[in-house]
Design a protein around this ligand. Structure first.
Ligand code: IMP
Length: 182
């Protein structure tokens, strides 16, 4: 079955806009991390597509790794993060660039960055493709970001709704009726 584009409201960020911005971010990160052999740490699953493009826009020696986190339940303590699948790389003394698809409340990224500092990383910075600043519940400003967007539920370029639409080349808002029915 094809991706059902009837469930999509509109394109929020086009493929061309993403391509251009990833190139710019890659050039900036190349300058900042040259000679530091960073660990580019993608948060699974959403950041997978973004990381794949971003590292190819960075013309330096680097390592890639991934970490998978559990999503929050109501009973979880803020500031804590549950690691579902850990990265392999020893992070103590390393410069870590955490890459995520989107910052919403900011809880995931903030908690993960604290955890990586506790593990002794030499530096921890964040790079996100999308930022929804209006939804923030904790103090967190990504160090590098692709685009600020309004509060809409978006899919594509790695982001999903119930595991659908991760493989769209662009970022789209989905229709309210799609996620409001559950
Ligand atoms: P936060 O901890 O609230 O910042 O949540 C961030 C995570 O929630 C992201 O890594 C995504 O997995 C998910 N998320 C937040 N907003 C969206 C969205 O609009 N579409 C798809 N996933 C989202």
């Amino acid at each position: 079955m094809r991706n059902d584009r009837n469930d999509l409201e509109k394109v929020i960020v086009s493929e061309a806009e993403i391509g251009q911005r990833v190139k710019e971010l890659g050039e900036r990160l190349t300058g900042e991390y040259e000679g530091r052999n960073p660990v580019v740490l993608g948060i699974l699953k959403g950041a997978n597509v973004f990381v794949a493009d971003l590292v190819r826009a960075m013309d330096i020696e680097l390592q890639m790794d991934f970490i998978m986190l559990a999503s929050y339940g109501a009973s979880d303590t803020p500031g804590e993060v549950r690691v579902k699948m850990d990265c392999e790389t020893e992070l103590a003394g390393r410069h870590v660039l955490v890459v995520d698809d989107i910052v919403d409340t900011g809880q995931t990224l903030k908690a993960l960055m604290e955890l990586l500092r506790m593990r002794g990383a030499a530096s921890v910075r964040s790079c996100v493709l999308l930022d929804k600043p209006s939804r923030r519940t904790v103090e967190l400003e990504p160090d590098y970001k692709g685009f600020e967007i309004e509060d809409a539920f978006v899919v594509g370029y790695g982001l999903d709704y119930a595991e659908r639409f991760r493989n769209l080349r662009e970022v789209c808002a989905i229709k309210k009726r799609v996620y409001a029915v559950e």
